[in-house]
Design a protein around this ligand. Structure first.
Ligand code: AMP
Ligand code: FES
Ligand code: ZN
Length: 327
């Protein structure tokens, strides 16, 4: 099959959802245009932004970093070493290798050094690893951004991620989550930096193809801690529908983002009405203006931020265990 854009080269990527097939060069043009359009539509980024790109070592975030650099944005990468045996080392290697190939040195936060490696923290706090991981990652995304004077934090969530999340939220009628699900979370002031998802228009197949054709080496294994089987079920369900009816996933998610959709509130309204909740984790904080955490000074909507509460819980349990072991 010939590329449907240049009509000369052989097509390398077949995209039924766009009724198209592209050769590598034309696919790069298509992919960049999709990302550009996603940025333009909700004004995710401005040319003068300093972008902190959160990179996990997986394909989406490395592709995000790559395409943002290609588009001319000023970027730095942030890798959080979660302290998960083997997996974290392998992920870090991929991030470092990619960064070096582009003449960059990523910022690395090691949770073991911060006294809060995910596996041990989850055990001590008697919480699910993913929930601990979410709180800790959000905290450092924000802290590193504020300390480094970045104007925006970007993550690699793609169309499949966001559509699966939307399906889950709809099936359970999580109205609160629905009203805040968006590729753009505004700057809340007080050091709560804007968060954006520039890949919201491109599918997993498209990011994987971009990564492959660009020769970006990434970790393919899933995090061993993540037992988030439900999001995989939603992804699979949507993939089956997409196979039968190409383009449905895009219609589903883009229709949700339509400004006329009554299930959603505008990002600015979310802020006034408690956009902070998402940053802090469900049900623990109030709406309003953020203030400084009484313990660490980070912006929070509660007295003490959820990271400090978590760390305190972990420390207490650690001391109890140590006490029992010596006594
Ligand atoms: P996940 O929640 O694992 O699907 O990851 C969503 C996004 O969060 C990724 O695309 C990255 O942008 C970011 N992210 C996940 N894990 C890390 C990490 N260890 N360090 C930095 N960013 C990460
Ligand atoms: Fe967070 Fe695995 S527990 S990525
Ligand atoms: Zn704090």
């Amino acid at each position: 099959m010939k590329c449907k854009r240049c009509r000369r080269a052989e097509a390398a990527v077949d995209l039924p959802s766009h009724h198209s097939a592209f050769c590598p060069d034309c696919f790069f043009v298509f992919f960049q245009r999709q990302v550009k359009e996603g940025i333009r539509k909700f004004r995710l980024l401005a040319p003068e932004d300093r972008v902190l790109v959160c990179v996990s070592g997986g394909k989406d975030s490395l592709v995000l970093w790559d395409v943002l650099m290609e588009l001319g944005y000023e970027t730095e990468g942030l890798y959080i070493d979660l302290g998960i045996d083997g997996y974290s080392e392998r992920s870090k290697e991929k991030v470092l290798a990619y960064a070096a190939s582009r003449g960059k040195t990523p910022i690395v936060v090691e949770l073991a050094r911060e006294g809060i490696p995910i596996p041990e923290a989850a055990r001590c706090a008697r919480m699910e690893e993913c929930s601990v991981c979410g709180t800790v990652k959000r905290y450092f995304f924000n802290r590193v951004a504020a300390e480094g004077k970045f104007t925006v934090v970007a993550t690699g969530h793609n169309l499949d991620d966001e559509a699966a999340r939307l399906l889950g939220n709809l099936l359970h009628w999580h109205r609160d989550h629905l009203s805040r699900q968006h590729p753009f979370l505004p700057d809340a002031g007080e050091g709560l930096v804007r968060k954006v998802k520039p890949l919201w228009r491109v599918s997993e197949l498209e990011t994987a193809s971009y990564g492959f054709l660009k020769g970006i080496d990434y970790v393919t294994e899933e995090c061993p801690m993540s037992e988030d089987a439900t999001s995989l079920v939603y992804k699979e369900a949507l993939s089956r529908i997409e196979d039968q009816m190409p383009g449905t996933r895009t219609v589903f998610y883009q229709g949700f983002l339509d400004p006329g959709n009554p299930l959603r509130r505008a990002p600015e309204a979310q802020l006034r009405e408690g956009g902070g909740k998402e940053r802090e984790g469900a049900g623990t904080v109030e709406a309003g203006t953020p203030r400084a955490c009484a313990s660490c000074g980070a912006p929070t909507f509660a007295e003490v931020c959820s990271f400090c509460r978590l760390r305190e819980r972990v420390q207490k349990r650690r001391e109890q265990r140590a006490g029992r072991a010596s006594g």
